[in-house]
Design a protein around this ligand. Structure first.
Ligand SMILES: Nc1ncnc2c1ncn2[C@@H]1O[C@H](COP(=O)(O)OP(=O)(O)OP(=O)(O)O)[C@@H](O)[C@H]1O
Length: 316
């Protein structure tokens, strides 16, 4: 005999008025209104309701979460030229977004130097596939990953033109991402045909441009912005990487390339300025060792960038 009132009380204790309970024979169905919850809170509520519903005599428990599933958004990270820290930023932003409550996956589309498997601590891991659909590789940071480097041998993709690169990107983006709601896309550096074709075909919701202080006087950042404007993709904003040098010995910060230039450049270009990431030895060593600094409990730098991106997504 099932004590339905006790079961209802147990469910109400964790879900309040969000839950509606129905018993058919020994089958218990619970419909939970998940409106307004972020993806992680929604998962957590589903798990606690399931636990609360498991009572003596109950055969099967079915929990149905209502409210629309959020659509998966691609957030592109781009740079006008190589070596500005686009991959480092993509990895750390993906982790920081995950820590901010989003369900995040990372797509490494950088055919010229796919570095995400190393940055995310899963170098040498190959994804499996089911019916030709790839299964993203889990990483120690709760952000599953697919990388061009896991599909093709280094060097082979270098000569690809746009359509081939976009075809390969399709396998990464259309993989089995499950409940992932945000895909951070690490684009190849530059603003040529490969990047334009990828962007036109997979239409990111928005783009983040990474630049360094010494590039800002140059036209690279502007070229990257033009690329997205041409494709009709909104720019989320500009991140200045390697902004100021933090001495590993005394912790003092200095600005060999001046200070405030990026913010002024963003203003001039008519885009938002998302923040600066300093040039520090620890960012380089931690990233290269596969232990991204955004995963550290005391991270504030990448968390602040992620907060801006979450706010931008919220306004969409
Ligand atoms: N803020 C930083 N402080 C110190 N080192 C950094 C910082 N950002 C990136 N680096 C280092 O700079 C190098 C280049 O970074 P990264 O590979 O992320 O650049 P990229 O723009 O993605 O390059 P590519 O165009 O080759 O893909 C790496 O060794 C990385 O560890």
């Amino acid at each position: 005999m099932i004590d339905i009132e006790a079961v209802k009380a147990a469910i109400a204790a964790v879900a309040g008025t969000r839950a509606t309970v129905r018993l058919e024979g020994t089958r218990l169905g619970v419909v939970v209104d998940a409106t307004g919850l972020d993806p992680k809170a929604r998962d957590a509520l589903e798990a606690t309701v399931k636990m609360a519903a498991t009572a003596p005599g109950v055969g099967e428990v079915r929990v149905v979460m209502t409210a629309e599933r959020t659509t998966r958004r691609l957030i592109a990270v781009a740079s006008g030229k190589g070596g500005v820290g686009k991959s480092t930023l993509s990895a750390n932003l993906a982790i920081a977004l995950s820590r901010a409550g989003r369900r995040v996956g990372l797509v490494d589309a950088d055919i010229y130097g796919p570095s995400q498997p190393r940055l995310m601590g899963v170098e040498g891991t190959r994804p499996t596939a089911k019916d030709k659909v790839l299964d993203p590789v889990p990483t120690p940071y709760g952000v599953p990953l697919l990388s061009m480097g896991q599909l093709v041998d280094p060097g082979r993709a270098l000569a690809w033109r746009g359509p081939m690169a976009a075809g390969a990107l399709g396998q990464l983006v259309e993989a089995d991402w499950g409940a992932t709601d945000t895909l951070v896309l690490d684009l190849p550096p530059g603003t040529g045909d490969v990047q334009l074709t990828m962007v036109q075909k997979y239409r990111p919701a928005g783009a983040i441009i990474v630049s360094t202080p010494q590039d800002l006087a140059l036209i690279d950042a502007r070229r990257a912005i033009d690329l997205f404007e041409k494709a009709g993709i909104p720019i989320i904003g500009l991140v200045e990487n390697m902004a100021g040098y933090v001495c590993p010995h005394c912790g003092e910060s200095s600005d060999p390339f001046g200070n405030g230039g990026a913010e002024a450049a963003a203003r001039e270009l008519g885009i938002a300025f998302l923040g600066r990431v300093p040039l520090t030895l620890s960012i380089r060593t931690a990233s290269d060792a596969g232990t991204p600094p955004a995963a550290e409990p005391d991270d504030v730098i990448f968390a602040a960038l992620a907060a801006q991106v979450v706010a931008w997504i919220g306004k969409m």
